[in-house]
Design a protein around this ligand. Structure first.
Ligand code: CDP
Length: 217
């Protein structure tokens, strides 16, 4: 009988804005030789398409049409990182039809060998509930706002700390209160509070968790 291929390894990294998901997901992907998908970019790309067409992110049918037109090439647009796009992304993300429209892309990406690390809000709960390893990163809103401010400054964008904090809190509320795939830890997720941890410490903890899961399967 031909030997069956091992199932792709899928690692889910969820959590609120600026909790360190992207940094951890990229490093895990490099370490385990997996591909990485920042699923927030799909919602941002949907929002950017709408904003450029003068569409309203609150309009579900328009947002769904924009989501269906998102391509891999959209995900490299530097405008995706603008705060206005992030806010509009968290509005389009409240629509169930938008979330369904983006599911296939995410699941197809995860299913391709050798597997992938996906970061987002609902990877462990909805997109890949069968992921072998799930992380949920959290940190205080103040620390997350400081990190986002540094990130913006490093890209030459001047912002005011208090407005970055307000924006993060507004997005936390919208992401966790929506009825479609709200932000919440999966029951089987390993939670890491990154408030007092640097990127290396988070990475080391996460690698220890992945290695122990893989050796027990
Ligand atoms: O990088 P940051 O954490 O600021 O945001 P992001 O991951 O780029 O996501 C932008 C917005 O998309 C979030 O505020 C969520 O509302 C939404 N999103 C989602 O609903 N589900 C995901 N899997 C990823 C992002």
């Amino acid at each position: 009988m031909p030997r069956s291929e091992p199932a792709p390894l899928v690692i889910a990294v969820d959590g609120p804005a600026a909790a360190g998901k992207g940094t951890l997901a990229r490093r895990l992907a490099a370490h385990y030789g997996l591909r990485h998908l920042d699923t927030g970019a799909l919602y941002r790309a949907t929002a950017l398409r709408l904003l450029r067409a003068n569409g309203d992110p609150a309009h579900e049918a328009a947002a769904e049409a924009a989501a269906r037109n998102v391509t891999a090439a959209d995900l490299d647009d530097p405008a995706l990182r603008e705060e206005e796009v992030g806010q509009a992304a968290s509005v389009v993300a409240t629509h169930g039809a938008v979330r369904v429209a983006l599911l296939d892309y995410q699941r197809t990406f995860a299913a391709e060998p050798p597997g992938a690390v996906l970061d987002g809000r609902d990877i462990g709960t909805v997109v890949c509930p069968e992921a072998q390893v799930k992380f949920y990163l959290e940190a205080t809103a103040e620390v997350r706002a400081e990190r986002r401010l540094c990130e913006l400054r490093s890209r030459g964008v001047e912002s005011i700390e208090s407005s970055v904090l307000e924006e993060i809190i507004a997005r936390d509320v919208r992401d966790s209160r929506r009825s479609a795939a709200p932000l919440k830890p999966a029951a089987d997720a390993s939670r890491i509070d990154t408030t007092a941890l640097g990127p290396d410490e988070v990475f080391e903890q996460a690698v220890a968790t992945v290695d122990s899961r893989l050796s027990s399967t």
